[in-house]
Design a protein around this ligand. Structure first.
Ligand code: ATP
Ligand code: MG
Length: 209
């Protein structure tokens, strides 16, 4: 269980939120909504450790959240343009000096799961938006994180690509992942998530689809 308690964040004098409190369970999909500027992206960045917070706590199964426990898919994917799909998936493992034969097998099985095997040697510029999104998800899943966060995953996708992302995210939740999706897309959130969290005046309000 991912637990967020009384999380507080300001930028300089500007208080963004003063009390974000929520539990996110394994094998569930939660949507996070809120007006532009309420701090949804900042919340994900705090979870993954890219941003400091000013108070409160984040824990996973009662312990501090380690970076390998959580993956983030950025809104603009942030794939490395000079690397192939397979190289994008393997970069972090290479950097961490992991067993590369093993990681390559894992990458190939993720690519197969995401229907991308035929794109393994392609460069990002040769991929469609939906394919880039799936590569970014595959990359974030390479270390089997317990928590996967996605920032506006459907903003650049057509309906067909949205459907394939939905199927993919459901299967990752079935594997046991706790998935958090920041999205403006109401129907997408309703269709996919067990809980919807709205950030309003620095707090979460929970509704169910
Ligand atoms: N590094 C930073 N320094 C100062 N202010 C920041 C920084 N990052 C974000 N902010 C401010 O914090 C607020 C929340 O930003 P954030 O990107 O988290 O919003 P958001 O809810 O994701 O919005 P959107 O729906 O438009 O993506 C904004 O007012 C933004 O200007
Ligand atoms: Mg944002």
């Amino acid at each position: 269980m991912l637990q967020v308690k009384h999380l507080k964040k300001s930028f300089g004098e500007d208080l963004l939120w003063n009390d974000l409190t929520a539990d996110f369970a394994p094998s569930t999909i939660s949507a996070i909504q809120g007006k532009s500027g309420e701090g949804k992206t900042t919340f994900l960045r705090c979870l993954v450790g890219l941003e400091d917070y000013d108070g409160g706590s984040i824990s996973l199964d009662g312990q501090g959240l380690k970076s390998e426990d959580i993956g983030l898919v950025f809104q603009d994917y942030q794939l490395f343009p000079h690397m192939t799909v397979l190289e994008n998936l393997l970069l972090s493992s290479k950097y961490k000096k992991k067993d590369m034969d093993l990681m390559e097998k894992k990458a190939m099985s993720r690519l197969e799961e995401m229907d991308l095997l035929d794109k393994k040697d392609a460069y990002p510029k040769a991929l469609s938006g939906g394919q880039k999104q799936r590569v970014a998800i595959a990359r974030a899943c390479m270390e089997n994180p317990k928590v996967l966060c996605l920032d506006e995953p459907t903003s650049a996708l057509d309906d067909g690509s949205k459907e394939s992302i939905k199927i993919l995210l459901r299967s990752l939740a079935d594997e046991g992942m706790c998935i958090l999706i920041v999205t403006h897309d109401g129907p997408f959130a309703k269709d996919l998530s067990q809980k919807i969290f709205h950030i309003e005046e620095g707090q979460f309000t929970v509704t169910r689809p």
